[in-house]
Ligand binder design. Structure first.
Ligand code: LLP
Length: 422
């Protein structure tokens, strides 16, 4: 059951009507459901119960402090990709010792910051990065725990912009180079080779590619063990999708059940049952369906070939349609019995690419409210200030209570750091 349902013809977030939210807080607004976030995280936690496993939430999906705080208090670790994200984890009260650091371009300053907070592991993506990390750790008198992000060359069958584990990808170390790269890492004095990881892509509905990637990692772990390089953890990355209205993903419990079954069978056969720590990096599947983008219709415009529903949210609030031609579900806040027509839902930004949904059957009039569903992931974190538009307010609903978890930006906030030269 979703936490965004119609009650008496009006769409609610948990116990609060979205039209009441729009009246009080204005639009556009990101509205999150605390119960949905909790459920989503708990489905990972339950599937991991009793195991040496860590769910490192990929906070690039949504890094609001209230969300990080909620997840940290439920035991989450975090997958970060910048020093800024680490500072957010700390500000939210998260534990840096449960942080893993991904990304192809970590700077010296970011490495220093992460080492000074003694993070769990650096997911290293290249030989030059190994050398840089070794130097930085050495200069601080520290050992950096590392994992190599291996590119298993598995086709995740998703949008090319979000497929990351193929040969042509900028990410990871090629599968065929992995053994050599580990040998290099093992010789560097300030590195502690502790794990292996991969992330093959995002918005995967099927777990078959993830299990295929797992098999490739297992193969490498055994080959490394034969050389005396013993790994303590295996990180399968994130990637499980959400239902944008065009197909549901495999349930988290089923995927993790299958994954653990394979790992257990392998450990029993080859390692006398000795466990290995398993790390996950889910982003979208934790926050995606826990948020909607609430927007108000400004105008209806009948063009020569199309009808346009011009709303007050735009590509700066939600970039996924413009960037990936992503299909996002749009629904009216008030159910209507009026005849529907076909519309493109577009924003006020001066770009033809500024659209949120195309060819949708809607019954809408100026002043009506719409929501873009399943907008909790890669919405606010990818928002910009294009056209000097302040980013939307973020709200978290908890039962019948609405909390402002980020205030709406004012234009003055946007140019506060600028100066003129006279
Ligand atoms: N780990 C790594 C190393 C990643 O690069 C990502 C996402 C994740 C974990 C989390 O993946 P998830 O569980 O969310 O699929 N902006 C795009 C998605 C980009 C994903 C980038 N990496 C979108 O809106 O579809």
């Amino acid at each position: 059951m979703s936490n965004f349902e119609y009650q008496n013809g009006v769409l609610h977030a948990e116990g609060v009507a979205l039209n009441a939210i729009a009246e009080q807080y204005g639009t556009p607004a990101y509205v999150y459901s605390k119960a949905q976030l909790t459920d989503n995280f708990d489905s990972y936690a339950k599937a991991c119960a009793g195991r040496d496993a860590l769910v490192c939430y990929a906070m690039k999906a949504n890094s609001n402090l209230a969300i990080l705080d909620l997840l940290a208090r439920r035991g989450a670790g975090f997958d970060i990709v910048s020093g800024g994200e680490l500072l957010r984890v700390i500000a939210a009260g998260g534990d840096p010792k449960k942080v893993i650091f991904s990304g192809v371009g970590k700077s010296v300053e970011e490495m220093r910051l992460a080492l000074s907070h003694d993070i769990l592991c650096f997911n290293v993506e290249s030989i030059p990065e190994l050398h840089r990390l070794n130097e930085v750790a050495g200069s601080m008198g520290k050992q950096a725990r590392v994992s190599l992000r291996v590119n298993p060359n598995v086709d995740p069958k998703t949008h090319p912009y979000i497929a990351t584990g193929l040969k042509a990808s900028k990410f990871g170390v090629a599968f065929d180079d992995a053994l050599d790269t580990y040998r290099t890492a093992a010789k560097l004095p300030h590195l502690d080779v502790s794990g292996i990881d991969c992330h093959i892509g995002s918005q995967l509905l099927d777990d078959a590619p993830l299990l295929e990637a797992l098999d490739k990692l297992i193969e490498l772990i055994d080959a490394l063990g034969a050389e005396g390089i013993h790994l303590h953890h295996l990180d399968i990355g994130g990637g499980l999708g959400v239902d944008y209205g065009d197909g549901a993903p495999v349930p988290v419990g089923d995927y993790l059940g299958r994954l653990f079954k394979r790992i257990d069978a392998w450990r029993a056969a080859k390692h006398g049952g000795a466990p290995i720590k398993v790390i996950f990096e889910p982003g979208r599947s934790i926050v995606g369906n826990a948020g909607v983008l609430l927007t108000r219709v400004e105008f209806i415009k009948h063009g020569e070939e199309k009808n346009f529903c011009i709303v007050d949210a735009a590509m700066n609030d939600m970039a996924r349609p413009a960037m990936y031609q992503a299909w996002m579900d749009m629904q009216p806040v008030r159910e209507s019995a009026e005849a529907a027509a076909m519309f493109d839902v577009v924003g006020p930004i001066c770009e033809s690419g500024d659209w949120l949904a195309r060819d949708r059957e809607l019954s809408v009039a100026p002043g009506d409210l719409l929501v873009m569903k399943t907008a909790g992931a890669y919405g606010m974190t990818m928002a910009s200030n294009y056209n000097t538009r302040g980013r939307a307010v973020e709200l978290m609903v908890d039962g019948g209570v609405v909390h402002v978890v980020r205030q709406r930006e004012n234009p003055a906030d946007l140019f506060a750091l600028e100066s003129v030269i006279r």
